[in-house]
Ligand binder design. Structure first.
Ligand SMILES: Nc1ncnc2c1ncn2[C@@H]1O[C@H](COP(=O)(O)OP(=O)(O)OP(=O)(O)O)[C@@H](O)[C@H]1O
Length: 240
């Protein structure tokens, strides 16, 4: 059995007659991070929406664990935790209460001990666990959402612009958390504008322009993808 967990194969998406994704192919094996980089309008969010089943490909396939998500209706709900750019949980509830509520809503309640250990795992400071969510910073909101994702036992994470609007310390913490999760077996698709962050967490980076992959960068066996090289390609590409 193949250990490819996330796979786009010649994915094309049309809106009316316009192709907004054109033959996009990439893959991530279990425990890998694939990052899609690209300027505004490149097709990053469309890719994520297609993998969530919100947009339908005109041809090609979006597959998770070897199955086409558009023909296996329960796949995304069972296997994926999605972090949108702005995490929306209930502002009048605390992180603890939000997590407890959303787990019971999904029919998978967990003990308070399990919730506490997940909040510890994402390093949300304990003093904030019982503070109302609408007083949280963006970084704290993301940590809460990731703690919830971990408790749902979702093996696949989709992250949409996860570090936009975070300060450098929060970005660093976030990137460490992503590396830790992938080391523990989570397979992650992230779309981002952050070249440096992507190079630090990704096994592969796909550079998107006008709905097409125009560059693919792979991390060496040891170490990171060279951010200078990717930055150069990103800038050069944006000028074309
Ligand atoms: N529902 C839609 N109807 C028409 N055009 C769309 C639709 N969704 C996306 N597009 C177009 O497809 C292209 C890709 O959009 P997409 O949102 O995927 O880009 P992006 O890379 O996520 O950009 P950004 O970094 O600005 O979020 C854009 O030109 C956008 O205008």
């Amino acid at each position: 059995m193949s250990d490819v967990v996330i796979e786009a194969s010649n994915l094309c998406v049309k809106v009316r007659s316009r192709k907004i994704l054109n033959n996009v192919s990439f893959s991530a094996k279990e425990g890998e991070v694939i990052a899609l980089l690209g300027g505004n309008g490149a097709g990053k969010s469309t890719t994520v929406k297609t993998f969530l089943g919100l947009m339908k490909p005109s041809s090609g396939e979006a597959k998770l664990i070897g199955q086409n998500i558009h023909t296996s209706s329960e796949l995304v709900r069972e296997k994926v935790a999605y972090l949108p750019e702005s995490v929306m949980l209930y502002g009048h509830l605390t992180a603890f209460e939000n997590i407890r509520y959303f787990l019971s809503l999904s029919g998978r309640p967990k003990s308070d001990d399990a919730i506490a250990s997940s909040l510890k795992r994402v390093a949300l400071q304990e003093s904030a666990w019982h503070t109302k969510f609408d007083r949280y910073s963006k970084g704290m909101r993301q940590k809460t959402a990731i703690a919830l994702a971990l408790l749902r036992d979702a093996p696949i994470l989709f992250l949409d612009e996860p570090t936009s609007g975070l300060d450098p310390v929060a970005i660093d913490e976030f990137n460490r958390l992503i590396s830790q999760l992938s080391a523990q077996g989570s397979t992650i698709l992230m779309v981002t504008h952050d070249v440096y962050g992507a190079c630090h967490v990704a096994n592969n980076i796909g550079l998107l322009r006008d709905g097409q992959i125009v560059g693919m960068f792979e991390a060496p066996e040891e170490g990171y993808i060279d951010s200078e090289v990717v930055h150069e390609a990103f800038i050069r590409d944006a000028r074309l």
